[in-house]
Write a protein that binds this ligand. Structure first.
Ligand code: SF4
Length: 380
């Protein structure tokens, strides 16, 4: 079984973020852990556990800033999960952590989190440039992030992923290259690099749209953003990382098994306020309101995923993987002749953008900046 747990607490709200976030200063962590444990009991009561002979294969705790919860809180959540389904001995258990949460137990004693069962950490670094970090309203400095990663390494964490961002206001190709080289120097196992998106109704949208502020928040030109993406691939691949998804690279054998399940369009259980899950062909979203969640942890919305939508998701997620889609498996799952059904798309984008590797269909690296256009052709 694959499980995602959402922990919404953050020290402050970054200007570009449109996630559901609860500021730590308002408290409520103990009540939240209680509610998560109740949600586990309620959801597992309806699950046929014989479907999961391997137990829990991955648990990904995302946020928010999950490293703001104590190791004791996680010990309690893991114990509750274990009452229903044990963790596989090879389970991948990931914690998202922020170097800016300097007054947290994670900053003081990162080994405590390994002791309760986490074996992978994903650090929200974003950039090793202080000007860029300020533009993103992140709380940490580059030096704090480096110090935090060194502390993780010194306390036994040997599966560390960094989140990096390109397309940040004031970022240049040189500063991005410096962030990449710093990443390589740190000797981590995994990197996720995302292009900054200016989301609607965020302070960043106002700042970049506002003519007076735009001078202070100049976004890099589109061509530079594309060049940064390719430079990211070049620098990291030269350092031994392998791209296994559009935005994700890992040292061999260190790919995120949890995220690969998403791109395989596999089911996963989501727990927590505002968490998104996909379970028995139904997509669901936990309620985006802490008060309601605490009263009823199953509150939220759900939407059955009909066969056409499942097929589109299997193609869109599957083509994100460097390995691509195993077409015979897709054909047998959905009862279709892939080449016949998508003959027009294959003719239009074949060659430069779509590539056959035996029974797998892949998007080429050149196609990735155009992927929205190409993937849209597989819809409908
Ligand atoms: S730390 Fe992450 S989740 Fe929290 S506000 Fe910033 S971007 Fe959003």
């Amino acid at each position: 079984m694959y499980i995602y747990l959402h922990v919404p607490f953050c020290v402050s709200h970054c200007i570009y973020c449109d996630f559901y976030v609860v500021l730590e200063k308002y408290g409520g962590k103990a009540a939240y852990v209680d509610a998560v444990c109740r949600e586990i009991a309620l959801r597992f009561a309806d699950i046929d556990l014989t479907r999961f002979p391997q137990g829990i294969q991955t648990l990904y705790v995302g946020g928010g800033t999950p490293s703001l919860l104590s190791s004791g809180a996680y010990a309690r959540i893991f114990e509750t999960l274990n009452q229903y389904l044990p963790f596989s001995p090879t389970a991948e258990i990931t914690l998202e952590a922020n170097p800016g949460a300097t007054r947290s137990e994670m900053a003081d004693d990162p080994a405590a989190y390994r002791a309760v069962g986490f074996n992978r950490v994903s650090v929200g670094v974003q950039s090793f440039d202080d000007t860029e970090l300020k533009k993103l309203s992140r709380l940490h400095s580059a030096a704090e992030a480096i110090g935090f990663i060194h502390r993780l390494q010194a306390t036994g964490w040997d599966n560390i992923s960094l989140d990096l961002m390109y397309g940040i206001p004031c970022q240049t190709r040189d500063s991005w290259r410096a962030t990449l080289h710093q990443t390589v120097t740190l000797g981590v196992q995994h990197v996720s690099m995302y292009g900054l998106k200016v989301e609607e109704n965020t302070p960043l949208e106002t700042l970049t749209l506002n003519a007076a502020a735009r001078g202070a928040y100049p976004l890099p030109e589109e061509d530079d953003v594309v060049a940064m993406y390719h430079e990211g691939l070049d620098v990291l691949q030269q350092a031994g990382f392998v791209r296994y998804e559009f935005s994700n690279l890992a040292q061999p054998g260190r790919e995120s098994r949890h995220n690969l399940n998403y791109w395989d369009n596999g089911e996963y259980l989501a727990l927590g306020v505002a968490a998104h899950g996909y379970w028995q062909q139904v997509r669901y979203e936990g309620v985006r309101d802490m008060k309601t969640y605490l009263q009823n942890p199953l509150a939220g919305e759900q939407q059955p995923c009909p066969p056409q939508e499942r097929l589109e998701n299997a193609i869109i997620f599957g083509l994100r993987k460097a390995q691509g889609i195993h077409i015979p498996s897709l054909e047998s799952e959905f009862g279709l002749d892939f080449r016949q059904r998508y003959v027009a798309v294959l003719q239009r984008f074949g060659g430069d953008y779509l590539h056959w590797a035996g029974e797998y269909l892949q998007l080429t690296e050149a196609a990735i900046p155009l992927s929205n256009t190409i993937l849209a052709e597989f819809m409908g």
